[in-house]
Design a protein around this ligand. Sequence first.
Ligand code: SF4
Length: 379
Amino acid sequence: MPTTAARSRPETRPPDARARARRVRQRLLKWYDEHQRRLPWRARPGQAPDPYRVLVSEAMLQQTQVATVLPYFDRFIDALPTVRDLADADEQAVLRLWQGLGYYRRARNLHAAAKAIVLTHGGQVPDRVDQLLKLPGVGRYTAGAVASIAFDKPAPILDGNVARVLARLFLIEQPVDAPDVRKTLWRLAEELVPSARPGDFNQAVMELGALVCTKAGPTCSACPLATVCDALRADRVSSVPVPARRKAPVAVQHHILAIERNGRFLFEQRPADGLWSNMWQMPTAENLSLRADAHGLTGWATRRLNLVLNVPKRLGSFTHQTTHRTIRFRVWLSTATSGRLRPRAGRWRGLGGVDDLPFANPQLRAVGMLKDHLTHRRG
Ligand code: SF4
């Protein structure tokens, strides 16, 4: 069946392209019926999907794999089962539920979207793409996913899995992030999405990309689209899609300083904007032209916190990758011997009493490193 959008504009594709699109839809939907994974945000047979669960899952799945998302999704929905519960929740509690999943801006946007849904849509997730696009953090992909999966609207989607499947199916041999290629991929996605079962079709393409037409090892012999796939016919599967052109990440160094005083440690909240905003951390020297030694750090801490420290001992280091930076974290432990902490510079907490504070992944790792060290020190 042609899409609603396709029906509203003149049909320009030749008849064999229409027949091929029909075959792609039929085969993919049949394959999906037999092979789809049971996932907690998917409706059970005969049941309608819950738009709130679909919205939460789509926020969590951005740049994150299904297996990683599963425990977070269950915990999140248990704690905040409705859009109103999320709208009423404290931001720190939302971030705490997201802790470990990364890309925390998604959690803040989802929280803001829930507030907007309650305020503007009476607590009902809107079903139209144009309304969804007005929600914080909702772009064309998420709007299309929610409209099609939750409300059966024939809206296209394009994420990494869909782009890979389409690039191979139609043998597109230019970088998939190039603006004109993105435009082509969106057009193909729009032309393919059917008016009957559009949500299942979109999920089927993503599922095929996740399970069969994978990045590193596509199993074309098990693929329902093998007989209509241009890349397979041309023996070009391994060279498509052409990877996005990305700038090399910048290497930087951060120092995390665990400061102990009377058995407690200092934690501070990050600013309300920028990376890991409003989350908590141990004092961290970022990108400083600080000499990476213990004496440099004590001087930094004294200037910043008004505390005099013993020379810090190095606990270890690790690397954290963000989209644009490769951050080498070094973790240090010191004791505050004197000085009065600057007002509002942080809170002293025992390590057993930080469960209510949301930490981004590197800080979580540093706290784990500190706990291990203290356990061995006691042993
Ligand atoms: S035949 Fe191979 S390359 Fe083509 S869509 Fe299927 S898995 Fe992907």
